[in-house]
Design a protein around this ligand. Structure first.
Ligand code: NAD
Length: 270
């Protein structure tokens, strides 16, 4: 399916942990479309993950960076432009982690140190990435920056816990920074609101099996897979979507506009 949509384009891809990761699938698709990139992840994930395999497969360099560290991000952006031989055309922020979720703390019983850490990793890190790119003037005109989000930012999914608040913040940052990036640098900033997807981060959410099946039955096109999310991201990195910015784009098989589906009604009919 390769069409050279990203031929000659350079970028950074955050968040490929294993072959299920949305960022992993996206990296493979970007490679197929002729784009070159640096892969990055938190140093700890690097030890656990299989990122080296992906780097070899796509001919990419890995530059570790904790996305909460301004120093790491600065170094990453500087090195990436050197390694790739110029300014960047695309960046994928595919990062999320809630300490409250990990430690089994209920939304009504948050440990606020955990909350702050999770917010820093999942939400503020996007501002930090954007600010680092902006201050270093590291993006080419008509470049594209995408972050991953979930509909719990708008509607309540009780087990999504404090990640719902983190995603609301992340989506707001995309709009607020999108203004300045658009005005000053002609760069677009969007979030993709993806269906529940069986990845390490996804499966960490309590009740995940229940809500992935429910979403599947509610969505006229079924849940969007990680592979399909990668395809959608390619379109946003390409020159075919130059005037799409400051948007939260639902990629969910229609779920977000559903009230009820036939299948769900049948499950409740006597
Ligand atoms: N899986 C789903 O159901 C789903 C649905 C909608 C949106 N999303 C979002 O998609 C994105 C990617 O998640 P995924 O589902 O591919 O899971 P994943 O677990 O494969 O990816 C999450 C990544 O975040 C990285 N990360 C954590 N802390 C970091 C830090 N301090 N610095 C840098 N990187 C760090 C992890 O190492 C990992 O690579 C996340 O933003 C997630 O919230 C996921």
């Amino acid at each position: 399916m390769a069409n050279d949509l990203l031929k000659g384009k350079r970028g950074i891809i955050f968040g490929a942990l294993d072959e299920n990761s949305i960022a992993w699938k996206t990296a493979e698709r970007v490679h197929e479309e002729g784009g070159t990139f640096v892969l990055t992840n938190a140093p700890i994930a690097m030890r656990m993950g299989k990122i080296k395999e992906l780097a070899e497969k796509t001919g990419s360099e890995i530059i570790p960076a904790d996305a909460t560290s301004e120093e790491d991000l600065n170094e990453l952006v500087t090195k990436a432009t050197e390694v790739l031989g110029g300014k960047l055309d695309f960046v994928l922020h595919s990062i999320g982690m809630s300490v409250n979720v990990r430690k089994g703390r209920h939304y009504t019983d948050e440990n606020y140190d955990f909350t702050t850490k999770g917010w820093d990793v999942s939400a503020l890190s996007f501002h930090k990435v954007l600010q680092t790119l902006y201050k270093n003037d590291a993006m080419n005109e008509w470049g594209s920056i995408v972050a991953l989000t979930y509909m719990a930012a708008q509607r309540t999914f009780p087990d999504y816990n404090d990640m719902a608040d983190n995603k609301a913040y992340l989506e707001s940052v995309a709009r607020s920074f999108g203004y300045f990036f658009g005005k000053d640098k002609k760069v677009r900033v969007n979030t993709i609101s993806q269906s529940p997807t069986p990845t390490t981060a996804g499966q960490g959410v309590k009740g995940f099996d229940g809500f992935i099946s429910y979403a599947e039955k509610m969505s006229p096109l079924g849940n969007a897979t990680a592979q399909e999310c990668a395809d959608y991201t390619i379109s946003l990195f390409s020159d075919l979507t130059r005037k799409v910015t400051m948007q939260n784009l639902f990629h969910d098989g229609g779920f977000s506009n559903m009230g009820v589906s036939q299948e769900v009604m049948e499950a409740f009919s006597k």
